[in-house]
Ligand binder design. Sequence first.
Ligand SMILES: [Zn+2]
Length: 396
Amino acid sequence: MVAFSYRTYAATDVCHEVAKWVCGLCVLRVDRRGQDRSVTAAAVDIVALTRALVDIDSTTGREGDAGRWLAGYLRERGFSVTEQPVDHSRFNIIATPKSEVGSLKSDELQTSDFRLQPSVVLSTHFDCVPPFFPSRVDGDRLYGRGACDAKGILAAQVAAADRLRRDGESRVGLLFVVGEERGSDGARKANDAANGSRYLIDGEPTDNRLGLATRGILRVKLRAGGRAAHSSSPELGDSAIDKLIDALVDLRSIALPHDDVLGRTHYSIGLIAGGVAPNVVSPSADAEIMFRTVSDGAEVRKAIRRLEDRVTIEHVIEVPPVKLTTVPGFEAAVFPYTTDIPFLTGWGAPLLFGPGSIRVAHAADEYVSITELHAAADHYVTLARALLAQLSSARL
Ligand SMILES: [Zn+2]
């Protein structure tokens, strides 16, 4: 019985296997089939939805199955769902509340179809870091890869949007992207689909606090060149390793930008390589440095330019820091990591909020507190209503 119902929208056998966790909704659907197409009367079971998503392996690059399952789930819940392709097997999900056309105001309609244009969008990602491991519950903790980052968050956002939709609120939508953990290709693509929303509430683990700001990143590669020679005659060579070490020591004394909210720039020398053999003066050496920036990366690049006396500096990647929108009544904090927000600039003023701690995200025993998940859904509803009220009062 359960299997029959889920065959109607589970995309694969993998999805079918995990669909057992949402059997409450399934039963409701079967009982009402033929009499009532509204199968969404029950509130979203956040734990069941989180477990269903965790149990589908969606390690970055393999999000297809999870995406198909989630899109089907949201359609069953009464959302209009758009699957935006990112590559041949992966897609983002954009979901808006479905509504009877007759109940819409003209400015809520897109001309090409009858999909609503939400003013507030709840968003997170459904890819995860490796390795995959399935869900389990122990007391208040829901374990599993992605439980904290970010499938529990996603489930709380669905629960909030669904509650608002059932209360008749048509201005809150959902955006779930792929690829956040490996370069944000999903978010970059999603920006093409921005549809006039005014606020984007991005979900990452913040212990249910609002973000004040997030740091950016600037990754550079320092390359030193030299001349190989027999180490018994070092005067015939030119040591690249010596130049690289001198540059790295010099870096310690360079004043880097400071920000009143985010603090000082810090950095890690994450990779270092060089030389060919113990008895050869090194002809080459390089190091990769990750700066966690607090202002425009150009300021760091300018500050470290003096290292070019010894090494060349290759720009690898940059993501800017972000100052975030806040709402009164919520605890707020600064977060040192980057998110998809810098790539979702078209989706409105950004906020950052989510259950769970970044300290256990990506960890071997990743988990999220079930109490926090339920509280997060309530907070998302409150945030969305507060932002919508701001928009309404701004129009008066
Ligand atoms: Zn995340």
